[in-house]
Design a protein around this ligand. Structure first.
Ligand code: HEM
Length: 382
C-alpha cells in the first residue's frame, strides 16, 4: 500500500529523480581549503532562521498602532509563555546576524571569494545585508518606546538630507508631518512584508549562486578556473556528508549561543513614546560610525547642505562595498599576493572601527583606568 502511494507520487512528481540529482550534486567535491571558515555563512543562516521564527511568534501578538503597540509588547513579555525569551531572541538575533554577515563578508574578501566568477554572489550578499539593516531600522520603531520614537525622528531627519531622493523618501516613510501612526504602519508593513520578501528573494539568489559556482578554491586564478571546478576541488571533501556535518555543528553552536545570551540578558523594556526627548540618543552599533562621521561635516559647503554632501560620500562608500568585485579585479585570490587590497581593507576596517568607538563615547563621561574621561560631541577629550 505504502509502496503503491510512493510509486504513484513519484510518477506524478518525479521526486526520486530530483533526489538523485540533488545527491549527485551534494557529493561534488569542494576545494581542499574549505574548512570551518565557510561555516560562517551557515551560522548567519541559523541566526536568520531564529530571527524569522521569533518574528512570526511576536507577530501573532503585536498590534501596530501607537495606542496598542507598547502595551502589546509588554503583554508578550509578561503574559505569553516564554514571550520574554522570544522578544530577547529577536533583539539579540539582529545583532548576531549583522555581526556574522559582516565577519562572513570580511572572510570572503580576505580569501578572494568575491573574485571572478563569484562577483554576483558578493553583490547578492551585500544586498542581503542591506535588507537585514533595513529590517533592523524598521523593527526598532515597532515597540513604540520613547527612545525608538525619537531615534526615528533623528533618522528620518538624516534621510531627508540624503542626496537626490532624501525629501521624497523621508516623506514617504514618515507618512505625515510628524512621526506617528502612519509612520508606525509603514515601518510595520516594511518590516513584516516588503523587506522579508526582498531578503528571501535575494538570499535565495545568493545561495543559488554559491551552489552553482561551488566554494572558491584558495589558489585558483583565472587560468586555474579555466580547468573547471572539478580540477580545483581535487583532494577536497564532498558537501554531503562532510561539509554538511560541519555546517550543522556550526549552526547549532550559533543558535545555542544566541539563545543562551538572549536568556541571560533580556533587553530592558523602554518607556512608552512621549513628547520628552530622551538624553544621549544614539543608534545601534552598526550605524554608530555613520552617525559619528556625519557630525564632522560643516553646515554648508559651497551653498550645499554639509549633511547632504557627507551622505553622498557615505553612499559612494556603501556602493563601493556592494560593487567591490568590479573594483578589485585582479584574478589572484591568495591574500599574501594581494597586499595592497588587504591593506586598504584593513584601513577601511580601522576607520570604521575608530568612528564606531568615537560614536559610542562621544558626549559621554567614561570611567576607565582609574579616571573619568570626558568626551565632547565630536569624540575629542574635553
Ligand atoms: C544574512 C547574510 C548572509 C548569509 C545568510 C549568507 C550565506 C552564505 C553561505 C551559506 C555561503 C556558503 C558558505 C560560506 O562561504 O560561508 C555564502 C557564501 C558567500 N557569501 Fe554570503 N551570506 C550572507 C551575507 C553575505 C555578504 C554580506 C556578503 C558580501 C558582501 C557575502 C558574500 C558571499 C560570497 C562571495 C560567497 C562565496 C564565497 C566562496 O565561494 O568562497 N555574503 N554565503
Amino acid at each position: 500500500m505504502w509502496r503503491a502511494i510512493m510509486e504513484g507520487l513519484d510518477r506524478r512528481l518525479g521526486w526520486r529523480e530530483a533526489r538523485a540529482r540533488v545527491m549527485a550534486d551534494a557529493k561534488r567535491l569542494q576545494p581542499p581549503n574549505a574548512g570551518w571558515g565557510v561555516t560562517l555563512g551557515v551560522m548567519a543562516l541559523a541566526a536568520l532562521a531564529l530571527e524569522m521564527l521569533s518574528g512570526v511568534v511576536l507577530a501573532f501578538h503585536y498590534r501596530a498602532t501607537p495606542e496598542a503597540a507598547h502595551a502589546s509588547v509588554a503583554q508578550i513579555r509578561d503574559l505569553v509563555p516564554l514571550g520574554w525569551l522570544w522578544l530577547s531572541i529577536h533583539a539579540w538575533g539582529t545583532h548576531t546576524l549583522v555581526a556574522l554577515a559582516l565577519i562572513h563578508a570580511a572572510r570572503v574578501f580576505v580569501k578572494g571569494g568575491h573574485k571572478r566568477p563569484r562577483e554576483l554572489t558578493w553583490v547578492a550578499g551585500a544586498v542581503t545585508l542591506f535588507a537585514v539593516l533595513g529590517l533592523s531600522i524598521t523593527g526598532h520603531l515597532l515597540p513604540w518606546t520613547n527612545e525608538a520614537d525619537w531615534a526615528t525622528v533623528v533618522r528620518l531627519g538624516h534621510v531627508n538630507e540624503a542626496p537626490f531622493i532624501g525629501g521624497l523618501a523621508s516623506r514617504f516613510l514618515r507618512g505625515g508631518e510628524e512621526v506617528g501612526a502612519s509612520t508606525l504602519t509603514r515601518f510595520y508593513i516594511l518590516h513584516v512584508a516588503i523587506l522579508p520578501a526582498v531578503l528571501a528573494a535575494i538570499l535565495c539568489l545568493h545561495l543559488r549562486l554559491v551552489k552553482r559556482l561551488g566554494l572558491a578554491p584558495a589558489v585558483a586564478t583565472d587560468e586555474e578556473d579555466a580547468k573547471g571546478h572539478a580540477a580545483c576541488a581535487e583532494g577536497g571533501e564532498p558537501w554531503f556528508p562532510n561539509h554538511l556535518l560541519r555546517a550543522a555543528a556550526a549552526a547549532t553552536v550559533a543558535a545555542g549561543v544566541l539563545i543562551t545570551v538572549a536568556a541571560m540578558f533580556p533587553p530592558e523594556p523602554g518607556a512608552r513614546a512621549s513628547a520628552v526627548t530622551p538624553p544621549g540618543l544614539r543608534p545601534e552599533w552598526v550605524f554608530l560610525a555613520l552617525f559619528q562621521y556625519l557630525k564632522y561635516w560643516p553646515a554648508k559647503i559651497m551653498g550645499l547642505s554639509g549633511q547632504t554632501v557627507g551622505q553622498f560620500f557615505a553612499m559612494l562608500a556603501v556602493g563601493a562595498f556592494a560593487l567591490l568585485p568590479f573594483l578589485d579585479r585582479s584574478p589572484e585570490r591568495r591574500a599574501g599576493r594581494r597586499k595592497v587590497a588587504i591593506a586598504l581593507f584593513a584601513l577601511a576596517a580601522l576607520v570604521w572601527g575608530s568612528l564606531t568607538f568615537l560614536g559610542a563615547v562621544s558626549g559621554r563621561n567614561i570611567d576607565a583606568f582609574g579616571k573619568t574621561w570626558r568626551f565632547n560631541d565630536r569624540g575629542g577629550l574635553k
